[in-house]
Design a binder for this molecule. Structure first.
Ligand SMILES: [Zn+2]
Length: 79
């Protein structure tokens, strides 16, 4: 029984006032679980670390409109 199986990543561009959330799922439970790859965002260009054994994390995120770095935060749970 895995309780944490989804992470929601939120990106925020304060200049353009754009916020977007995408979730990453963990498949399986217990000792044999693995993570999906990080999803694409429609408003941000995001580089992800590799999924698999480790939870993917956002290495960098840039707003597609203004090309500035976006703020990112994450939480556990559903979208
Ligand atoms: Zn922007």
């Amino acid at each position: 029984m895995g309780s944490i199986d989804q992470t929601v990543h939120k990106l925020d561009c304060t200049l353009c006032n754009i916020t977007e959330e995408q979730s990453v799922l963990e498949k399986g439970s217990g000792w044999r679980s693995f993570w999906n790859e990080g999803p694409e965002f429609s408003n941000f260009v995001v580089s992800w670390s590799k999924g698999g054994d480790l939870e993917p994390t956002i290495l960098g995120a840039e707003c597609k409109v203004c090309k500035k770095d976006a703020l990112n935060s994450k939480r556990y749970g559903a979208l």
